[in-house]
Design a protein around this ligand. Structure first.
Ligand code: ADP
Length: 389
């Protein structure tokens, strides 16, 4: 206060301050009786001028908190101190019409003629609270969005990683697997040249067949990769047709005849009805993979049997060989991508066939399982619906 005001002017200035303050000011005695209240506070609580002095402070406190508040007043007046209230608390006041609203209150006290009085400065913080709630909501929304985006990115990264792993595996597998058929093609072509000069047509034919089989081998590897890529990206569509399963299977067996080693043969037994409604292309892939594995992983003169039983609703196929078998410890991995058991030694393969078989079988609503014993042989069991619809 400036020193050139006299005491009357100072008093008026204080009165003006009290009257026109934009914060609510309330003076309460130690019995909780409102002694003074400024217009801003009256307006805040929705009372008329002069209505509140003489009434209990508890009138202004949220009804369910009145009792606790009253109990806290006595200790406060015993050892009062100036403090902002409710720093960490949500304080709620109540208007005359019962509306509850959040407030921030700072307290101080003074003594007048032996009477202890508490002064409360009250601010309505409804707006601030609303802004806080809104900002909390926005923050949570943002966090949620960040989380979703992170998940998307992680998934994309994972896909990218898988793709790049797949590519590098393809490169290493191709450089290994392509070498044998390519060198077979190369040596056969130069031998054909020689046999042509010497006039040995039978030997020429043998090497032409060898070239054909090597080219088929290369195509199969590429097809496996393409099928896998399509399967993994859900791009394979099932196309059902009615057909004779026995005739179809005989054609498939015919296709793998060129792979048979000396004395090997596929004994096929068909049981039950012959007509089924399935995807021919998918079934062919499944049978070709299982049969060519049976041939590949068996020695010459070993028998392979294919049993097919058509039941009312399902078809069961069993491919049994007397080959090298799958070591027990590795059996759990056998359907994994690129997996090859340790006992395959120098038998060629990509480790993709069974993974593709499993995916195809599941795509047509079936299941695949196997039994195997090292040195004795392996049996694969496939079950699938006779009619997809
Ligand atoms: P690939 O034959 O090209 O290696 P597959 O996915 O068809 O790939 O087979 C995965 C692995 O399972 C093979 O490498 C082999 O270890 C084992 N396997 C599959 N079929 C047989 C079978 N009939 N007899 C023995 N082992 C087999």
């Amino acid at each position: 206060m400036k020193g050139d005001l006299d005491s009357e002017e100072t008093e008026t200035a204080f009165g003006v301050l009290f009257q026109y303050a934009t914060a609510g000011i309330l003076v309460v005695d130690q019995n909780g009786e409102i002694v003074l209240i400024n217009p801003c506070a009256e307006e805040l609580f929705g009372y008329r001028r002069g209505e509140l002095p003489g009434r209990s402070l508890e009138t202004l406190i949220r009804s369910d908190l009145r009792y606790t508040h009253g109990a806290q007043r006595e200790p406060y007046f015993r050892s009062p101190n100036a403090r902002p209230m409710g720093k960490e608390l949500d304080l709620y006041a109540q208007k005359k019409d019962g509306t509850v609203f959040p407030v921030e209150i700072s307290l101080s006290y003074y003594e007048l003629r032996g009477r202890r009085l508490a002064v409360a400065f009250i601010t309505d913080i409804t707006e601030r609270k609303r802004a806080e709630t809104e900002s909390k909501r926005l923050n949570e929304e943002l966090e949620q969005r960040v989380m979703e985006r992170t998940l998307e990115l992680t998934a994309a990264l994972e896909r990218e990683k898988e793709l790049s792993e797949m590519k590098s595996r393809f490169v290493s597998m191709a450089s290994h697997e392509f070498r044998t058929p390519l060198s077979a093609i190369l040596s056969s072509t130069s031998l054909i040249e020689q046999y042509q000069k010497n006039g040995q047509p039978e030997k020429q034919k043998k090497h032409v067949d060898r070239i054909k089989s090597s080219v088929k081998n290369l195509t199969d590897i590429l097809n496996d990769f393409l099928s896998l890529d399509k399967l993994e990206h859900g791009k394979v569509e099932v196309d059902n047709q009615d057909f004779n399963l026995e005739e179809f299977t005989m054609d498939v067996i015919e296709e793998i005849n060129y792979l048979l080693k000396e004395g090997q043969r596929v004994n096929y037994h068909h049981h039950g009805e012959k007509q089924i409604c399935q995807d021919r292309r998918i079934l062919k892939n499944i049978f070709l993979n299982l049969l060519s594995n049976a041939v590949k992983y068996s020695d010459a003169h070993k028998e392979i049997t294919l049993d097919i039983s058509v039941h009312h609703e399902t078809v069961n196929a069993r491919v049994k060989d007397q080959g090298i078998g799958i070591p027990e410890a590795e059996q759990k991995n056998i359907f994994g991508k690129f997996f090859r058991a340790k006992n395959v030694t120098n038998i060629q393969g990509t480790g993709l066939g069974l993974n593709i078989v499993k995916r195809y079988v599941e795509l047509i609503g079936g299941s695949v399982a196997f039994d195997s014993k090292v040195g004795e042989g392996t049996t694969f069991y496939v079950e699938f619906p006779r009619d997809m619809f």
